[in-house]
Design a protein around this ligand. Structure first.
Ligand code: MAN
Length: 352
């Protein structure tokens, strides 16, 4: 049984935003990192753009050029094979390209429940390792600053990079911390036995097991080791794809992690259904899984979750604890940013 949804609404849609360049359209404003910041909630939203222009028999593939910024490579349709709405394969080279390129825009919500898209800052690709975009920020507070992990995509693959900030206006960028292909990296909000800990999701090309969530540790947040598998999806709804979602929240019973899982695609060019589940990890040794929700706690149900750039996706990326509830921020259908309020007790009961 899915969790009861208290407040549930779409906070931001592509049509609320202006493209960053002429000749582009915003196709997604989704997968928001979220964190409490004083009285406010900061959202770091992934903004995906695609070429506005249509050319007969051609496909425009966006890319960030180090000198020119957001630009388009036009390729003849017959040189490409469509993988799904998100990417194509270039037949000559066999390599993948994304059909949209993302960057990250920063907003502050006064109450976590409403959003005026007044931009505080923008993170755009600025290295070769970011040429296909910046995606899916996750934010945790650390002493007097915030750590932001995000996906850096390029011809070298999808890697995870780290940025830090104290004010959400300027960011210090530390570069790639986990090499391709690795995304869905979320840090634990405090050190455990003196170590920084992270959940991550390596995606090997040889599959000896279904994709899984791993645990890693670090002294400084830049150098990671102690890698070990934590949870591989075994239930039907999480065997296609899996990954950490929102940063773990500490409760009296352990770390509560809201993650995503996708069912396997049923057709070529299809994408499985993305749902959210809950895991409970030991407080002192998060490598010990204490419980898992038998069923997803959220499945795509509303119109904005079922229809969009990729249909049937709920993709949790941020969480803000309140007294008896959590505000969970998520991407809906790879298109919009949404929030849902869930009972804390119900989530904890779901993990057994
Ligand atoms: C997957 C999806 C896309 C994303 C690419 C690259 O295909 O998560 O949204 O753009 O990976 O990270």
């Amino acid at each position: 049984m899915s969790a009861q949804r208290l407040l549930n609404k779409c906070l931001l849609r592509p049509e609320d935003l202006e493209p960053s360049r002429e000749g582009f359209r915003v196709v997604g404003a989704f997968n928001p990192g979220a964190v409490r910041w004083g009285d406010r909630v900061v959202l770091m939203v992934r903004v995906a753009e695609a070429p506005a222009e249509k050319r007969e028999g051609m496909t425009g593939l966006p890319r960030w050029d180090l000198e020119r910024g957001l630009t388009v490579d036009w390729l003849p349709d017959e040189a490409l094979a469509l993988q799904d709405a998100r990417m194509v394969r270039v037949l000559d080279s066999g390599m993948l390209r994304l059909t949209s390129a993302s960057h990250i825009r920063v907003y502050a919500s006064p109450d976590g429940r409403t959003l005026e898209p007044i931009e505080l800052a923008r993170l755009e690709p600025h290295t070769e390792l970011e040429a296909y975009g910046l995606e899916d920020a996750r934010i945790v507070p650390k002493a007097d600053e915030f750590y932001v992990t995000y996906v850096a995509v390029s011809q070298h693959g999808a890697a995870t990079a780290l940025a830090t900030t104290t004010d959400f206006r300027t960011f210090r960028r530390h570069g790639v911390i986990l090499c391709p292909e690795n995304k869905d990296v979320v840090l634990f909000p405090r050190r455990i036995s003196g170590r920084l800990m992270a959940l991550h999701r390596p995606n090997p090309s040889l599959h000896f097991s279904p994709p899984g969530i791993w645990l890693a540790e670090s002294g400084d947040g830049l150098h990671w080791g102690g890698h070990r598998p934590l949870h591989a999806g075994r239930a039907e709804w999480e065997t296609g794809r899996i990954g950490a979602g929102a940063p773990p929240i500490e409760t009296e019973r352990g770390w509560l992690e809201i993650y995503h899982g996708a069912s396997a695609a049923t057709e070529v060019g299809g994408v499985g259904v993305y749902s959210a589940g809950a895991l409970l990890l030991d407080r002192d040794d998060p490598g010990r899984v204490l419980g898992q929700s038998a069923e997803p706690v959220l499945r795509p149900e509303t119109d904005f979750e079922r229809g969009g750039f990729v249909s049937s996706v709920v993709f949790p990326t941020g969480i803000v604890p309140l007294e008896e509830t959590f505000l969970v921020y998520y991407g809906a259908a790879d298109t919009s940013t949404a929030v849902v309020e869930l009972w804390r007790d119900e989530l904890l009961a779901s993990v057994g």
